[in-house]
Design a protein around this ligand. Sequence first.
Ligand SMILES: Cc1cc2nc3c(=O)[nH]c(=O)nc-3n(C[C@H](O)[C@H](O)[C@H](O)COP(=O)(O)OP(=O)(O)OC[C@H]3O[C@@H](n4cnc5c(N)ncnc54)[C@H](O)[C@@H]3O)c2cc1C
Length: 443
Amino acid sequence: MHPVPEPVPDDAALPSRADVVVIGGGIAGVAAAYFLARKGHSVALLEKGRIAGEQSSRNWGWCRTQNRDPRELPLQLLSMELWDALGRDTGEDLGFRRTGLIYVTKSENELATWSAWIRMARQYQLRNAELTAAEAKRLTPGNEQDWIGGVHAPADGRAEPAMAAPALARAARALGATVHQNCAVRGLDMAAGRVAGVVTERGRVAADAVLCAAGAWTSLFCRRHGIDLPQAGIRSTVFATTPGPEVTPGGLVTPDFTISRRLDGSYIVAAQNRGRLEVTPQGLRYARRFWPTFRERRKSLRIGVGRSLVTGPEAMAGKWSFDAPTPFERHRIYAPPADRGVAGPALAKLKAAYPVLNGLGIGGLWAGWIDLTPDSLPVISAVEQLPGLFLATGFSGHGFGIGPGAGRLAADLVSGDTPAVDPHAFRYARLVDGSDLGTPGMM
Ligand SMILES: Cc1cc2nc3c(=O)[nH]c(=O)nc-3n(C[C@H](O)[C@H](O)[C@H](O)COP(=O)(O)OP(=O)(O)OC[C@H]3O[C@@H](n4cnc5c(N)ncnc54)[C@H](O)[C@@H]3O)c2cc1C
């Protein structure tokens, strides 16, 4: 059972037109819809399943600067400010708390990589600090193990995945956006060489601009319109415990597991190295583009074949018609199977490290489908080849924490306003003109 996202009311009638149509009710789409509505645009937010049904409710909830690719840091710093402000501005609780995040290690290499990152990040006035062995021990009270050191990011934190995107969708609605769940977009409506709206399973919506924030489905959606978007999926399994005593207020990375404490006192637990790269038709299409990324991460990935070969966002899909159900309606909520072998051993390691957690049980086990780009940076950008189309996608396993800033930036670009941060690193063109170096940043 995965976390059930909070409910969001639906608007009964699909509008015949909107200034902007947003496709996808994950954190990127709802944040963009919120900021577009705040700028005074009429917005229709269309979601094939339910708000936050896919990645945006299945993640750990980390909102972190630590170990970010430097090209993402300005957008992440904006996001941290927005996480603080959104609770106040919307009157909604997104579950965001600046609890701090802690990383501890027994590896000299890992410590050296983190230290280099901290030196780099000084230019952003971050207070993230390297920890000595003694400091790392002091910040992990109750843990039986010894570390050679670590990192503490005191201003980082976490939000509640089941609460955040639904809260923002409700806030967008309060500003006049309309929200339509169980409403798949089948494709773009084109007129005179530009985007004129969308075709949905319930009819057409005319629009001046369309923002596609369809998560792992974006590549498939774009391909139907001749737009090439290299995207690869990783199936990632996590589990939740039953509530228990607090051993860390926010998030903790150790060599054996990562834990995130939730507001109800339970933990989300991820075993290290449990990402699974599955062989899919889309994966094979883009294999060459992702080779440097997968080579770099080979120790943390297992390769296999699963149901994703024949079903889901990366399975073969020809040119579908807009007059009949499409792959999007056939997968209202894409719920990849969880790796059942993960929970038992990781819980045993957690209990061995923290005897005080001996009473914990398993409260849920689920998987999410992470959408990567070749350089692990998102695309937040206009698509020059199709005037009127914008993308906010490819968050590469770290899009929840950066979601508010991504939505704000997408809203700026769609509106033609001065962007809140320099959008150059996130341009779509880098993925097709060869100007991405294929070098993965830190995840
Ligand atoms: C196990 C796990 C742990 C993670 N931990 C973290 C973390 O701690 N911190 C962090 O920052 N990130 C984390 N991530 C990554 C993060 O969850 C994602 O990067 C982020 O949620 C992506 O948001 P999104 O809006 O782009 O996509 P999604 O949340 O996947 O939303 C896309 C939506 O588009 C809809 N859609 C698709 N096609 C159509 C269509 N044609 N018509 C209508 N709707 C459509 C889908 O139904 C979906 O709801 C984690 C991910 C996983 C799986």
